[in-house]
Design a protein around this ligand. Structure first.
Ligand code: ZN
Ligand code: ZN
Length: 217
């Protein structure tokens, strides 16, 4: 049943009546309230959300938000980490699979998680790891700091192997309008670049491990 409200959908091409205010409330208590119709929003656990915030909850794998400290209203990094990770997920697992020793298997995050570094700085992250009898041996993570918009950090065993703003986002920031084909090409090139540093990062960790194991003897 369509609810009766006096709000109109805030999606510029829509403006449909009976919109609902986005129910997203961030960890500082700020609420989004952006009005969206049923078509342009998503209802999760009986709460209606705008697209941006529905995507954040989806990336974090959260349905019931009670008790969660949700990212700030304007956070785009959670969705960015989710998008880059989803695109590269199969290839990263392939790379790890290729480098697995006989007793190792792959584990990986299904959702983006909040992690803190040694300085208590928050990062949004998704990780993949090769793990053996003694725990993880190689961990690859794609992360973005909570406080720097669009910065993507790729790490191998917590060591940064790539830090930067993806090129297609840089182009958008410059106000360059990329035709769809060029936009997807830039995304693909960025993905290829990340996979290359991941391959090298995995090889470096592996050779370090091999050396250490040899010298242990
Ligand atoms: Zn709408
Ligand atoms: Zn919202």
């Amino acid at each position: 049943m369509t609810p009766q409200t006096d709000l109109r959908c805030g999606v510029s091409t829509c403006n449909a009546p009976n919109a609902l205010a986005c129910g997203y409330v961030d960890r500082t208590g700020r609420s989004c309230g952006f009005p969206v119709c049923l078509e342009h929003g998503t209802t999760i656990n009986e709460v209606h959300y705008c697209r941006r915030h529905a995507a954040i909850l989806d990336a974090l794998g959260i349905e019931n938000t009670a008790g969660y400290e949700l990212p700030s209203l304007d956070n785009r990094n959670v969705s960015l980490v989710a998008a880059v990770s989803t695109e590269l997920d199969a290839s990263i697992r392939d790379i790890l699979e290729h480098n697995a020793l006989a007793d190792e298997h792959i584990v990986w995050d299904r959702h983006v998680k909040a992690v803190t570094d040694s300085q208590q700085k928050i990062f949004w992250q998704k990780a993949w790891a090769l793990t053996g009898e003694k725990g993880p041996t190689i961990t690859i993570a794609i992360a973005a700091p909570d406080d720097i918009d669009a910065q993507v950090l790729v790490t191998a065993n917590s060591r940064p192997i790539s830090v930067g703003i993806p090129t297609w986002i840089q182009s958008r920031r410059k106000g360059t309008h990329l035709p769809p084909g060029v936009d997807s090409l830039e995304r693909q090139l960025y993905g290829d670049f990340v996979l290359e540093v991941v391959r090298k990062g995995v090889a470096d960790v592996r050779s370090g491990l091999v050396r250490r194991r040899t010298s242990d003897r």
